[in-house]
Ligand binder design. Structure first.
Ligand code: R5P
Length: 291
């Protein structure tokens, strides 16, 4: 197998190739004055199984275009099998037509990934809540991996949690809380969230007692930080000890980090599906195992 680096996931791609002990293909990339992209693979891929690793984080349109160029080049240069590994899949939130006339963006990007040459696709903690299984939108085998276990193990070991509780900040995060709680043998539950606007949410706890316990709040994405901030404030009011704000994808728009820290989080921890100052856990082992 060969691993090809996209520019949004260069270090991650290198780490995956090291985990697998396989070849790594550097890509020469440049941008023309008019904004067009150029890519050139620096190794022969003919007859090989190839994984192209490229997150579609900010700037999503440019990162998607680079992904399409890489997939098409790899296929066209005679690779035997092409896997698209897209740790953060942008456009996943528009997974339905909410208003008449809207594009269903997730379906559009799925078609483009397939038609660019991918035989298979891997994503991590896909943010498409209304879709039960990733393959529903792809015409090729699609795998939705999760970083919940590696995140939970890292936090538990690194911070030596006391009588921990793992909580999802809303019902949609139940699956990550369950996975994370089970990975470290901790109690887990989820909170109830009502969205009041694009940045405002109202969160209420359920049954589990958090008083004097360390809490790990786990979610797929921290975007504006509104969800985490509200959850932390509620948990503080309920007497929680140290609170860790944990997510797979650190989108971190606006002042998300500052707000979460100001709300009282002891630490914010995320993965390297998107590079950031809180990307302390690598998903390289998760991807390598799946590949
Ligand atoms: C929502 O359904 C997601 O799982 C996250 O809770 C949400 O995207 C986080 O967004 P924000 O940080 O802007 O509250």
């Amino acid at each position: 197998m060969l691993v090809v680096e996209g520019s949004a996931s260069e270090t991650l791609a290198k780490n995956v190739s090291e985990e697998l002990g396989c070849g790594f293909v550097q890509v020469e990339k440049k941008q023309f004055p008019d904004g067009e992209l150029y890519v050139r693979l620096t190794k022969d891929v003919e007859g090989e199984e190839v994984a192209v690793i490229q997150s579609t984080c900010y700037p999503p349109n440019q990162n998607y275009m680079e992904l399409f160029l890489l997939l098409d080049a790899v296929k066209d240069l005679g690779a035997e099998k092409v896997s698209a590994v897209i740790p953060y899949l942008a456009y996943a939130r528009q997974d339905e037509r909410f208003e008449p006339g809207e594009a269903i963006s997730l379906k559009t990007v799925a078609k483009l990934i397939e038609s660019s040459g991918a035989d298979e696709v891997y994503m991590i903690d896909l943010h498409a809540h209304r879709i039960e299984k990733a393959p529903e939108v792809f015409g090729i085998p699609a795998h939705n991996l999760t970083a919940a276990s590696v995140l939970a193990k890292y936090v538990n070991e690194e911070y030596d949690l006391e009588n921990p509780v793992v909580l999802g900040p809303d019902g949609e995060a139940e699956k990550w809380a369950k996975r994370a709680g089970e990975a470290i043998g901790a109690d887990w539950d989820f909170m109830v969230k009502k969205r009041l606007g694009s940045k405002e949410v109202e969160i209420t706890p359920r049954e589990l007692d958090v008083s004097e316990r360390d809490v790990m709040i786990i979610d797929d994405i921290i975007s504006t930080g509104g969800t985490m901030t509200e959850a932390i404030q509620i948990l503080k009011d309920h007497g929680a000890e140290d609170i860790y704000a944990v997510c797979t994808h650190p989108v971190l728009s606006d002042n998300a980090l500052e707000n979460i820290e100001a709300a009282g989080a002891k630490e914010v921890i995320a993965t390297d599906t998107i590079g950031s100052e809180v990307s302390k856990v690598s998903v390289a082992p998760v991807i390598a195992e799946a590949l």
